[in-house]
Design a protein around this ligand. Structure first.
Ligand SMILES: *Cc1c(COP(=O)(O)O)cnc(C)c1O
Length: 392
């Protein structure tokens, strides 16, 4: 019996349960169409909401910056890894978000791991939406604070958990995803803010899927709800709509300064790379210049969802461009995904533990990069496979 036999058995049981992740390798840049195993397929999988991942202006800005600054940051930010480029990006992001200060991280994931532990510790409590993203959950665990989940997007549940528990702890934090990526629903941030305000509790939102998507010209969920200056901490990512890579925390200069002093991924992991930073600055430029891409994203999403509903598909509760196609059991979702792929459509099946048992789905990620012709091609394939498998 080898020491790793148990791992082999675990992997086999994933395969039996239809939960094994088969990862496709791309031979092209991100975009509406991808090259997979030498074949062109229509891309319904990536978070490249605005098509910026391969935008010529952004690629050019990256190349230009590398001519001056090279590629790597060379060190962690606090030792010798902060370039004037990093500072410029942070200023630009703060201005774009309408806050006083911002600090960048290597990813949205590390932004959460940095932020939650600097705000709460062992004597404290976090009130966390039951369906929050894994990186929020991990950030909460790292903090050592007591984690109390409230019902998904339910301010009344949040308030009752607060009333029952708050007095036993030193400090508290409320944390929620802005957009929940599996269902595409949005946190009722205005109502959550009202609860936070009533109990004088710090409020943090992770706007990974709202950055570049929600609000005026993609300024995010805080802008969407008109809550400027009211949400204490906005975490975001530049790996989705921005099309690059990197995390950001936007808010008061005090919190940003505290993260610079104590955020562990800031202190112990190197800075964002030069091409990433330059590309993110170029993405802010683009978003500040025009709302065209954000508008197109929403038009595409509305069209696709309407047509899918007319075909008879259940697209769940989404109020954003994320379009889940609810299928039920994981093996059906996997079969659906395989049949779509045969038809030249790359649509990923999501099953447990990414989504709850019995709620497997294909999640369609709509992008401004899709043309109506692309969307029609996708709809046609969904209709054909849906009928074949008895879903519609
Ligand atoms: C995608 C996502 C992250 C992680 O962002 P990366 O920049 O890819 O690390 C964090 N939080 C939420 C809510 C996300 O959807």
């Amino acid at each position: 019996m080898s020491k790793i036999d148990w791992i082999k058995q675990e992997i086999e049981s994933l395969q039996t349960a239809g939960l094994y992740n088969r990862i496709r390798t791309l031979g092209s840049a991100q975009g509406a169409w991808l090259l997979v195993d030498g074949r062109k397929v229509l891309n319904f999988c990536s978070n490249n909401y605005l098509g910026l991942a391969n935008h010529p202006g952004i690629v050019a800005a990256s190349k230009k910056a590398m001519d001056t600054y090279g590629v790597g940051p060379g060190a962690v930010r606090s030792i010798a890894g902060t370039m004037d480029l990093h500072i410029e990006l942070e200023k630009r992001l703060a201005k774009f978000k309408g806050v006083e200060a911002a600090i960048t991280f290597q990813s949205g994931f590390t932004a959460n791991l940095a932020t939650i532990p600097v705000l709460v510790g062992k004597e404290d409590v976090v009130f966390s939406d039951r369906l929050n993203h894994a990186s929020i959950i991990d950030g909460c665990r790292l903090s050592g604070a007591k984690i109390l989940a409230y019902d998904h997007c339910d301010p009344a549940s949040l308030e009752s958990v607060i009333k029952e528990n708050l007095s036993q702890y030193r400090r508290a934090l409320i944390v929620t995803d802005g957009v929940f990526s599996m269902d595409g629903d949005m946190a009722p941030l205005d109502e959550i803010y009202a609860v936070a305000e009533r109990h004088d509790i710090l409020l943090m939102v992770d706007d990974a899927h709202g950055e570049g998507v929600l609000g005026k010209g993609g300024r995010g969920i805080v802008d969407h709800f008109g809550l400027h200056g009211k949400v204490d901490v906005e975490v975001g990512t530049m790996s989705k709509a921005f099309g690059v890579m990197g995390g950001v925390v936007a808010g008061s200069p005090v919190i940003v300064e505290w993260l610079r002093q104590r955020g562990r991924p800031f202190l112990f992991s190197s800075a964002m790379t030069v091409p990433d930073v330059a590309a993110c600055i170029a993405a802010v430029d683009l978003l500040e210049k025009s709302t065209e891409l954000v508008d197109r994203l929403w038009e595409n999403a509305k069209y696709f969802k309407k047509e899918m509903k007319e075909l008879g598909f259940d697209t769940g509760v989404s109020t954003t461009p994320i379009t889940p196609v609810m299928l039920g059991e994981a093996p059906l979702a996997q079969q659906f995904s395989r049949e779509l792929y045969e038809a030249g459509i790359f649509g990923m099946a999501l099953g447990f533990p990414t989504v709850p048992q019995g709620k497997a789905r294909i999640r369609v990620m709509i992008s401004a990069a899709h043309s109506y012709e692309d969307l029609d091609k996708g709809l046609e394939a969904f209709a054909r496979v849906g009928k074949k498998l008895g879903v519609i």
